[in-house]
Design a protein around this ligand. Structure first.
Ligand code: AMP
Length: 193
């Protein structure tokens, strides 16, 4: 198995790149943002609870997200590997993920962190807000999401760096050129399927 975390602030292109990576290398794509939005849409108990945080640009509590990831990993028995998008976002989530994967006799192999200047992130997210219909893509909530990223999520990069798994990639090129940079790292581990 090959397991990859695509890491980066909101608007860094994780979602877009994850879709291409998942199809190129036949990895199972797990996006906690997409899973949460699906729960919100279906108005499940988890979705109703999560929406309170999402609408304010705050992280959903760890135990909610970890439980969701755990069942998703269990459902994907014959995956070639996973690409985690938007998860882990706290050190507690990173530690829980290590335990879940260890239980499956596997591990995180590589963490690719997309670096994009803050002004570019805000420009992209505000632009996306015009078409995405996402209630958290407005300027006030965007600022809070980026603040939440700096305080809670950025330390996760140090966690993986300490385990020698982190590679930083500049994410302010075109979508295609950024993909090429990411692919160069991935192909040290596996080739397109
Ligand atoms: P995203 O689509 O990844 O930008 O996520 C949208 C929102 O969902 C975030 O602003 C959080 O409120 C919530 N969310 C997504 N993933 C996580 C996570 N791993 N931990 C906590 N909250 C999350």
């Amino acid at each position: 198995m090959f397991n990859l975390v695509l890491f980066g602030p909101p608007g860094s292109g994780k979602g877009t790149q994850s879709i291409t990576i998942a199809s190129t290398y036949h990895l199972q794509h797990i996006s906690t943002g997409d899973l949460l939005r699906d729960e919100v849409e279906r108005q499940t108990a988890l979705g109703v609870e999560a929406k309170k945080y999402m609408d304010q640009g705050l992280l959903v509590p760890d135990e909610v997200v970890i439980g969701m990831i755990s069942s998703k990993i269990d459902e994907s028995q014959d995956a070639r590997g996973f690409i985690f998008d938007g998860f882990p976002r706290t050190k507690a989530q990173a530690e829980a993920l290590d335990k879940l994967l260890e239980f499956k006799n596997t591990k995180i192999d590589l963490v690719l962190a997309l670096d994009v200047p803050e002004a570019e992130l805000i420009k992209r997210l505000v632009g996306r807000g015009a078409s995405s219909g996402r209630s958290d893509d407005n300027e006030e909530v965007i600022t809070k999401r980026i603040k939440e990223y700096h305080s809670k999520t950025e330390p996760v990069a140090n966690y993986y760096d300490a385990h020698d798994k982190l590679e930083r990639v500049k994410g302010d090129h075109s979508i295609e050129d950024t993909f090429k940079l990411l692919a160069r790292h991935i192909e040290k581990y596996l080739l397109p399927a």
